[in-house]
Design a protein around this ligand. Sequence first.
Ligand code: NCD
Length: 306
Amino acid sequence: MQHLINLSDLSADDIHALFDRAEVLARQERLEPSLEGRHIANLFFEPSTRTRVSFELAARSLGGSVVNLDVQNSSFTKGETLVDTYRTLEAMGIDAFVVRTAQPGVIQDLGRVVGRNVAVFNAGEGDAAHPTQGLLDALTIRQHKGNFDQLSIAIVGDVSHSRVARSTLRALSILGCQDLRIVAPAAWQPPAQQMPQVVITDNLEMGIQGCDVVMALRIQNERLRNSERLDRDQYVSHFCITQQRLAAAKNDAIVMHPGPINRAIEIADEVADGPQSVILRQVSNGVTIRRALFDTVARSRGWFDS
Ligand code: NCD
């Protein structure tokens, strides 16, 4: 593994190997410094709390140094192209780029222009992909539920604008999940032909019926066109995950949300903070999975020989 740009580059075995590595590293008291002497640049052209901090903590825990480009005060605002920004940072000795952007395709392009010794990690690409989120969600599900092929999993909310939904569904289907469901108002359902293996409904109780995992999504207000804006109270009355509605899922179902949460809109406090919620476990798995990813890439690039 040299980069992580698309999940479709990974097999089920690759993903399980990454999860196993993540769990080994999580148990180790002292980590081998597989990023020692390496410089990681965080380039976030969209807001982030969890993803940026967890990439940074993960890199530091392996001995890497981290530069957070202050995009608002960078030459990007003077009209410098993204590729020129990358080349400039690469010339200063950056070994890996962690990139979040609103523009689909840009991270793929970067993977083609960076030097052979430079790694690229996709930290969220418009509404198209968020591969490390897909991985941390699947790791969280494996930790709580084990085998993927027997599980029923529902993703609820603004699916059509969500890169998380795309990457998490991609990860789960690579891992062999057979029963994947989308619960969304008609305006936020992806075209059925885009996801032929997924059942799509606008009925929450039916959609989560008997599920092992229920994942709510944030409404992507920044990506909605005016015609796609829905009445908030209507949304809450049909799709907000309350304890009462959750009763349709299995008794031991886990509840997930990638964050940031709009409380009482996407998910009720009693559920977000309740015993079935694994939302903070997702957050800590964000560090766990990104550390395993850095470690795996560092070793496969020969940056570190143990
Ligand atoms: C997500 C994102 O940025 O796509 N956040 C995250 O990385 N945990 C989800 C969101 O913003 O809705």
